[in-house]
Every structure is written in structure tokens, then in C-alpha cells.
Design a protein around this ligand. Structure first.
Ligand code: ACM
Length: 266
């Protein structure tokens, strides 16, 4: 199957223009599964909860989810993209999974980064895996990468491809994700944004370099640091279903789970 990402520089607060950008960039795409950055429709650097709330949307009835449904239907493609979900009086840093037939599911970011803790409620639904026919996908958002448990749980639940929407500012994630893929023998699509934002006395430079990495620490595609870029790779999903390392070692069945109990103590 063909998997990929759309990397661009979202304009802060310009939901319609950012959706239109995705519509234009996705037009020539021929792929089965594409991932968009975290908050691809709003930009990232909020200065208050009110500002985030004003840019939030109901899922699945809000305009961004509905626009993604329309693109997915027209392109016969699966999409994952990040947005602010408003659920009752709570805001979540969320990503939606959309199939050619419509809305499938929402992932709510479990590990909030920096001032996100002021605006958003931490994810309350854990990590789920979705069978989209050609493969099983799990979703992570940006800073989730630094907690190896996130990708491990998704892999143990059967994910073949990790869809990782991101707005990365630290320089470590791209290389770390190559190792995460090796640790779990899965594919990962990290869809990052580019550009800078200067708001409320803060300045963020986003690191681009979106990538597709594979089960044996193979980097299948890496974008430029500051380019508007669509990256696609053809992958053989069976490589993610083989957890064997050699005749005597298997990534999953060799785990000494009886000695790992401390991992779940706080
Ligand atoms: C991040 O989690 N957006 C760095």
C-alpha cells in the first residue's frame, strides 16, 4: 500500500485557508493513507484557552472533519489530521481518522506538551487500533513520541502503521521514531509542520523533516526542514506483522513481562 504525509506551514487562525491548502496539495496524491500535521487547520501557538476554544470544533460535525470526509471520499483515501476537539466544556488536542466512507474515530493526545497543559484536557480514551482494510493503524500526536509506551501499546494491539501528527519543536523526534519503529517492527508516518510562529511573547520554529520510517529502522522518506512537501512511500505491510528477529528471538514473545510490573507504578 501507499502511505504518506502532507507537510506545510499552517497559517494561525485561518481554518478555511488551511483546509484549502490541504485540498490543493492532496489533489495529485495517489495513496491509500495520508497523515496531516497536528492542528493542521488552526496553527499551534495559542495564547489563551479562549483563543483555542474559538478555533475548536465539534467532531465529527465540525467543518474541518466534514471537509476531510469530502477529500477522503473524492480521493478514495484514508486521512489522519489534527484539530482542536470541543467535547462539552473540554478541549482536546485531537486527531481524526477518516475513511473514504466518512468519519471513523478520534484520538485525544495523551501526553500534552508545555503550555498545552493550560488549554487542553489530557486524552481520556487511551490508545486504540483501527482496521482500515489494507492495514491496522494507531494514532499518536507529537510529544507522545517521547513516551515509548505509546507506540508499544499500539504495536501490541496490532497496529502496522503509526500515524503521527506533529508540530515538532525539539530536534530529537525524527531520529527517535526510526528507533521506535525498530523496537516494534512497525511503520510510522510522522507528519510535521514547517515555519515559525511568534505569539504572546513566545517564538516557535517547527522542524519539518516529516518522514516515513519502517520496521527495520529503515527511513523510507524524509522531507526537507522548510519545504511544502508531499511524501509518499510504497510499503509491504507484512513486514510489520513479522516480529521475529532470528530463529531464537521474537520482539513480542521474548518480553519478560513478569519483571516489567514497575513500569505501571507511578
Ligand atoms: C508537541 O507535542 N506539539 C511538541
Amino acid at each position: 500500500m501507499k502511505i504518506g504525509f502532507i507537510q506545510f506551514n499552517p497559517l494561525f487562525g485561518e481554518i478555511d485557508r488551511n483546509i484549502e491548502k490541504v485540498r490543493v496539495l492532496s489533489k495529485p496524491v495517489e495513496a491509500d493513507l495520508m497523515v496531516l500535521p497536528e492542528f493542521f487547520n488552526t496553527g499551534y501557538l495559542f495564547t489563551s484557552k479562549k483563543e483555542a476554544e474559538d478555533l475548536s470544533e465539534n467532531v465529527p460535525n465540525g467543518k474541518t472533519t466534514q471537509a476531510l470526509c469530502e477529500i477522503a471520499r473524492q480521493k478514495n483515501i484514508h486521512l489522519v489530521g489534527g484539530l482542536i476537539e470541543k467535547a462539552g466544556d473540554k478541549l482536546f488536542n485531537a486527531a481524526v481518522l477518516i475513511s473514504p466512507h466518512g468519519y471513523v474515530a478520534t484520538y485525544r493526545k495523551m501526553h500534552l506538551f508545555n503550555e498545552e497543559n493550560l488549554w487542553f484536557h489530557p486524552g481520556d480514551q487511551g490508545f486504540e487500533v483501527y482496521d482500515i482494510g489494507l492495514c491496522k493503524v494507531g494514532i499518536m500526536i507529537c510529544f507522545d513520541w517521547i513516551f515509548p509506551e505509546a507506540m508499544r501499546i499500539l504495536a501490541l494491539k496490532g497496529a502496522d502503521v503509526i500515524c503521527h501528527s506533529a508540530n515538532l519543536v525539539l530536534p530529537f523526534c525524527q531520529d527517535a521514531m526510526v528507533t521506535r519503529c525498530l523496537e516494534n517492527h512497525v511503520f510510522a508516518i510522522t507528519a510535521n509542520r514547517t515555519g515559525t510562529e511568534q505569539r504572546g511573547g513566545r517564538y516557535f520554529r517547527y522542524t519539518g523533516r516529516s518522514q516515513i520510517s519502517g520496521p527495520v529502522a529503515n527511513l523510507l522518506y524524509r522531507a526537507g526542514a522548510d519545504t511544502e512537501e508531499v511524501g509518499i512511500a510504497q510499503v509491504d505491510i507484512s513486514a510489520a506483522r513479522n516480529k521475529s528477529i532470528n530463529d531464537y528471538n521474537d520482539l513480542f514473545s521474548d518480553r519478560r513481562v513478569g519483571f516489567y510490573g514497575d513500569l505501571t507504578k507511578s
